[in-house]
Design a protein around this ligand. Structure first.
Ligand code: GSH
Length: 208
């Protein structure tokens, strides 16, 4: 399989973690977001959604990180990433959607470009916007997570896979994580695991 990725794409980072946890063989194909390569024909011919990540499988190319993660979960029995119980599974999905649907999209590259470009926001205003939506989201997630070591107890789930890249983004934009001690402890714990470590942006071949 081929994962189209960019080292700092947090949606691609989610899939990199899951591929490592499940031990699914793959090749990483860098697509440079800063050079807008995601909008070029070479990529959109494969993924018409024009965003990262995309996973090329024997059956075709799949876009949207959550859809990719769910497909991986259904096709690989290694390291289950969702609880078997329907209620617990729904709780994990609810946590993932809070990040992937409510926090991440409003801080995306194209949103930031629009703020700075069409709306003339300064770097300070753009960064304030970025931090604001993460802090608002994390306040709610801090109340949702268990006491660790993972978001939902002692087993890694898709919730951790969505949380860790979002905390990475928060730190990059200088969000003070001491206000979210449970989330930060989970972040630090997960990063001790080889699958999370190998997926870190700074450990990617295309890291700048
Ligand atoms: N909901 C999508 C989000 C995809 C997405 O926005 N990816 C970002 C990188 S994290 C991207 O390609 N951004 C390019 C842009 O905003 O133009 C997913 O989970 O896969």
């Amino acid at each position: 399989m081929k994962l189209y990725t960019y080292f700092r794409s947090s949606a691609a980072y989610r899939v990199r973690i899951a591929l490592n946890l499940k031990g699914m063989k793959h090749e990483l194909i860098p697509v440079n977001l800063l050079k807008s390569e995601q909008t070029e024909d070479a990529y959109t011919n494969k993924n018409p959604q024009g965003l990262l990540p995309a996973l090329e499988t024997e059956q075709g190319v799949l876009a949207q990180s959550l859809s990719i993660l769910e497909w991986m979960e259904e096709t690989s029995i290694n390291t289950p990433l969702l609880p078997a119980d329907p209620w617990e599974k729904a709780q994990v999905r609810s946590f993932c959607y809070a990040i992937a649907c409510d926090i991440h999209p409003i801080d995306n590259l194209r949103v930031l470009k629009y703020l700075a470009g069409e709306l003339g926001a300064s770097d300070d205003q753009k960064n304030t916007w970025y931090r604001h939506w993460i802090v608002e989201g994390f306040k709610k997630l801090e109340k949702t997570v268990s006491n660790g070591p993972f978001c939902f107890g002692d087993k890694v789930t898709l919730a951790d896979i969505c949380l860790i890249p979002q905390v990475f983004n928060a730190l990059r934009f200088n969000v003070d994580m001491s206000q979210f001690p449970k989330l930060f402890a989970i972040y630090n714990h997960c990063n001790l695991l080889p699958a999370f470590d190998a997926a870190k942006p700074e450990n990617q071949l295309d890291a700048q």
